[in-house]
Design a binder for this molecule. Sequence first.
Ligand code: NAD
Length: 449
Amino acid sequence: MARVCVIGTGYVGLTTGACFANLGNEVTCLDVDEQKIARLAAGEMTIYEPGLEEVVQRSVAAGRLRFTTSYAEAVPGAEILFVAVNTPQGAGGHADMSYVERAVAMLAQHLIFPAIVVNKSTMPIGSADLVTDIIRRATSVPFAVVSNPEFLREGSALHDFTHPDRVVLGASDPAAAERVAALYAPLGAPVVITDVRTSEMIKYASNAFLATKISFINEIAQICDRTGADVREVARGMGLDARIGSGFLNAGIGWGGSCFPKDVRALEYMASIHGCHPQLLRAVIEINRDQRIHVVRQAREALGDLRGATIGLLGLAFKPNTDDMRDAPSCEIVELLQHEGARIRAYDPAAGAHAARLLPDVELCPDPYATAADADALLLVTEWNEFKQIDLARLRRAMRRPIFIDGRNFYDPKAMAEAGFEYRSIGRPAVGRRSVRRDEVEANALAAD
Ligand code: NAD
C-alpha cells in the first residue's frame, strides 16, 4: 500500500486515482476546479467513461479515494505524487506547460517529507529537468522525479489502465523508478525502465506513429477512390501481416481528440526548434486535415450546392464511448459546412452537453431519426455502437434526400444501397458504381509517370 496523490482529476487523473485506489492504495485526487471536486465528492461523475463510476464509488466507499482542492491537505502525506494536469497545444504548436508549472510550484510549497513526483501528463522532452528545477528552487526536501507517460485511450480508459501493454518509467534515480514500478506490479505488465528523456520521447513517438498509420491508410484510401480498390479490404490484407498489425488502419475522417493533434504538433515543433526537418510528421498532419475537407467535398458533390441544405451529423465526440470534444473532427467539419451555408443538426449519445457549448449554431437532436428528419444528407462522424442497430429504412424515410456520407466506413455499402441510400464512404467503391476499367488504371499509371 502506498499513499498517492494525483494532481489533476481529468480523464487521466481520475482514472489513475481510482485504479490505484482499487489496487489497495490510499489515494487523494486533487484539482483546482472546485466545481469538479464538489461533484466528485458528492458521488457524481464528471466525465463519461464506461465502468469508471463503479470503481470510483467502490474506492470511495472503502475509504481509499478522496477528493480535494487543497494542496495543503493532499501533498504532505503523499509518498508518490502524480502530475496529471492538462498540457494543451500552445499558440505555436508547442505543448503549453503552464498548468504543469503552476501545479508543480504549488506541490513544491507543500512538500514536507521526501517524495517521488511522477510526470504522468504528456510533457515535452526535457520536462523532468524543468519539474526538478521548479521543486529545487522552492524546497530543500529530498525528492525524485520520474517520467511515467500514460497510454490509455478514452472510452476504454479503465481497461487500458489495468491491462497496459507496457509501463514506461524514466528516472535518473533507479530506486525511485522501482518504487513507482511497484505500484503497477499487480497489473503484471512489462515494465520499461529508462532515462527520463527517452521515456518522454516514447510517449510522443508512440502517438505520432499511431497517427501516421491512420494518415497512411487515409492516403491509400484516396488512391483507392481513384483506382477502384477497396481500402477496407486493403487494410485487412495488410493488417494480417504481423509486421504491420491491423490496428489504426481504419480509413475515415482522421484522428482527433485531446492527444494525437496536440502531441503530433508538439513533436513537430520540438523537432523544428532542434534543427530537424520533420517532413513525415508534417505530412501526417496535412493528410489528416485533408480528410475533413474530403467529406465536405463529398457532400458538395452529392448535393450540388450546400447553401440552404440541411445536413445531419451522426456522432460528434472525437471517438465512440467518450463525451470528449477536444479537437474532434466534427468541430472542423461543422465549421466548413456552415461556412458554405449548410444548416447543421446533430445527435451524439454522450457529447451533447459539450457540443451545446462548443457548437452553439448546431441544432442538437434527441436521436438519429430526429437528426434525419427532412435532412438533405446524413454524415456519420463517430462510429458509436448504437448506430450499428439503426433502422436504416426509417432513417431513409425521414430524409428529404437519401444521401449518406459514411465518414468512418462503418456501414456495409450493399446494405446501404438496399435501404435506398445514395451512399458514399472513404476509399471504397460505391455499390452499383461502374468499376474502374483496367485501361483506365493503366492510363492513370501512365499519367503519373
Ligand atoms: P483534462 O483536461 O481532462 O484534466 C486535467 C485536469 O487538471 C483538469 O481537471 C484541470 O482542472 C486540472 N488542473 C489544471 N491545473 C491544475 C493545477 N494547477 N492543480 C490541480 N489541477 C489542475 O486532461 P486529461 O485528458 O486528463 O490529460 C491530462 C494529461 O494526460 C495531458 O498531458 C494529456 O496529454 C495526457 N494524456 C491524456 C490522455 C487522454 O486520453 N485524455 C491519454 C494519455 C495521456
